[in-house]
Write a protein that binds this ligand. Structure first.
Ligand SMILES: O=P(O)(O)OC[C@H]1O[C@](O)(CO)[C@@H](O)[C@@H]1O
Length: 437
């Protein structure tokens, strides 16, 4: 389970502050469990885990196997919660560098490894014409399948991309309709209208699951499974976290929510999620939406930012150490980071690095973390460290549920509805005005 180390944050708060907050934390937690708080009709993301639908997992695995057999590329169109979870998990669990295999003559571009996962690409999450044009050009000669993901079906970025992509698919594949999968509302929205004419396979986003909480639905699970990741371990990792975090006592998700809340009251307005493993950076993108859309309303909430260390210690490290004291840091750490690459002894030691010879790169990462946490803490930055066991499907499922539960509690502590995002509509209205809608 996720372990919270708050030893470098507690001393920035009054003695016993977290204990004093416990009754409020318990109430907020209970409101999540009982569905008695604001926005409680959007708590379906917990029901998915308390009553798992194994038949759905199996269906997704079957579709994913078909994609692994026939697709070079799975193009996922979606924005916000309709892509960030899948991207986060796929980036975390696929190798940094892919081996390429030669094309086969009968299926253009498809590698000769029958179960090679397709490359999962993302689009429909911005308005760049250059991106879309270059993307479509890059797909020439490849066996392409599309998963268009939009709960509302009306999101402009996704819908517009799908117009281009659908045309491209129809121009390139006679069986285009069999290559397109929609993930959307049970009945409403444009994607359902399109299905009246085109028999696309469809997966449903339950009405009571908001976009940023939808990673354990087909929204996240289908692309993740297509990428060759074991979705059962991932999903059941979340199931076990949901079970373990039911008790309000000694609950690290509640403690994390409580400490962030207390630190916000002390003027720490920004929560910087720091990762040391580059693969985890996209978890930060998912976390940013989860935190930002859930908390950032009615003039409150911590601003969620993401850094990747040690890279960003050489760009933002100065600010973290010495800038405005408005920042707290959440370190996302891994007990077994798969970095047991031993540093060799050098006979001439011309680079002067023999002092670390015999240590592993994991030891270096651990030293960098310890050193950074100590230095930043000495510089007045409260540090919360979250430790996961390893970068594997189960621990990732646990982690994502941990954050979901924490932010739901956090929203109630802040007195906001953690499950809506009314502010996002304002940019859409202004944009639509200018585009003549
Ligand atoms: O799945 P949809 O309806 O296209 O929405 C995508 C995203 O847009 C928002 O509604 C607003 O940004 C997010 O909450 C959501 O994840």
């Amino acid at each position: 389970m996720i372990r919270l180390d708050d030893s470098r944050a507690l001393d920035m708060l009054d003695d016993g502050a977290l204990d004093d907050l416990q009754p409020k934390l318990t109430d907020a937690h209970q409101a999540v469990l009982d569905k008695s708080g604001a926005g409680s009709d959007f708590l379906g993301w917990r029901d998915l885990l308390t009553d798992p639908d194994d038949a759905l997992l199996e269906d997704i695995e079957t579709t994913a196997a078909h994609l692994r057999r026939d697709a070079d590329v799975l193009l996922c169109l979606g924005i916000g919660g309709s892509y960030l979870g899948a991207k986060a998990v796929i980036d975390a669990l696929t190798p940094y560098f892919k081996k390429t295999s030669p094309a086969t003559p009968d299926l253009p571009g498809k590698s000769d490894q029958p179960d090679d996962p397709p490359e999962v690409l993302f689009a429909g999450n911005q308005t760049s014409g250059a991106y879309l044009r270059e993307l479509l050009e890059s797909l020439e000669g490849k066996s392409v399948f599309v998963n268009v993901i939009s709960k509302s079906g009306t999101t402009l970025e996704t819908a517009l991309s799908f117009r281009f992509v659908r045309q491209w698919m129809e121009d390139h594949f006679e069986d285009a309709d069999d290559r397109i999968i929609v993930t959307t509302d049970p009945e409403k929205g444009v994607l359902n209208t399109l299905r009246d004419e085109h028999p696309y396979k469809k997966y449903v986003i339950p009405r009571d699951v908001g976009g940023r909480f939808s990673v354990m639905t087909p929204v996240g699970l289908l692309p993740i499974a297509a990428a060759g990741i074991d979705i059962r371990s991932f999903f059941y990792g979340a199931v076990s976290a949901c079970e373990e975090l039911k008790d309000a006592e000694d609950n690290p998700a509640l403690q994390y929510a409580g400490l962030r809340y207390l630190l916000l009251e002390e003027g720490y307005d920004v929560d910087v999620l720091a990762v040391f493993e580059p693969k985890l950076r996209s978890i930060g993108g998912w976390w940013q939406q989860l935190m930002g859309e859930s908390e950032g309303k009615d003039g409150t909430g911590l601003f969620p930012a993401v850094v990747q260390y040690t890279t960003d210690l050489h760009s933002l490290g100065q600010y973290m150490q010495d800038g405005q004291r408005i920042v707290l840091e959440t370190f996302l750490m891994v007990e077994d980071d798969d970095g047991d690459l031993t540093i060799p002894q050098s006979e001439d030691n011309l680079d002067g690095l023999n002092y670390v010879a015999g240590k592993t790169m994991s030891d270096v990462t651990r030293g960098a973390y310890e050193g950074t946490a100590q230095a930043h803490s000495d510089g007045g930055v409260p540090i919360l460290s979250l430790w996961m066991d390893s970068i594997d499907p189960g621990p990732l499922g646990e982690l994502l549920y941990f954050f979901e539960h924490a932010v739901a509690v956090s929203g109630y502590l802040l007195g906001v509805n953690p499950f809506n995002q009314p502010g996002v509509e304002d940019y859409k209205r202004e944009m639509f005005d200018r585009l003549g809608k």
